[in-house]
Design a protein. Structure first.
Length: 126
C-alpha cells in the first residue's frame, strides 16, 4: 500500500494543496518498505489527487484539505485522513501501530495562505 503524507519541514502540513512536498510511503504488513519525498506538483484543482492516483497512492494524510479535493479523492477511491498534526515520523509510528486518528480539519473552506496562491486568512498559527 502507498500512503502520502502532506509534509512541511518534517511536520504534517496544515494545508494539503499548498504543502512543499509529500512523504510517500510504501507499507506492507505494518512495515515501511520505502520512504521518499515527492515535490508538490502545484496547487491546481484536481491535479494532486490525479497525480496521487497515478503514483498508486491509496491513502493521503494531511492536516487540512478543501472540500473539492476531498470529493475528488473520494471519486478516485483514495482514502483521506485529515485533521492530523505532528511530525511525519510520529504519524508514521501511529499509522503502523494502528492508532492514527483523523481530527478536525485545520482550515476553513476558502482559507489558507502560502506555498503559491495567497489567501487573506488562515485559522491556524503561523
Amino acid at each position: 500500500m502507498k500512503i502520502a503524507i502532506a509534509t512541511d519541514s518534517g511536520m504534517v502540513s496544515p494545508h494539503f494543496g499548498r504543502c512543499p512536498e509529500f512523504t510517500i510511503l510504501e507499507v506492507d504488513r505494518n512495515e515501511v518498505l520505502n520512504k521518499e519525498p515527492f515535490i508538490n506538483p502545484g496547487h491546481e484543482p484536481g491535479l494532486i489527487p490525479q497525480v496521487m492516483k497515478d503514483k498508486g497512492v491509496s491513502c493521503v494524510i494531511t492536516g487540512g484539505v478543501g472540500e473539492r479535493a476531498r470529493m475528488i479523492f473520494e471519486e478516485l477511491g483514495i482514502q483521506l485522513i485529515g485533521g492530523v498534526a505532528g511530525s511525519v515520523e510520529s504519524v508514521i509510528n501511529e499509522l503502523l501501530n494502528g492508532t492514527l486518528e483523523a481530527g478536525k480539519n485545520t482550515c476553513d473552506p476558502g482559507q489558507g495562505k502560502g506555498y503559491g496562491v495567497e489567501k487573506k486568512s488562515c485559522d491556524h498559527g503561523e
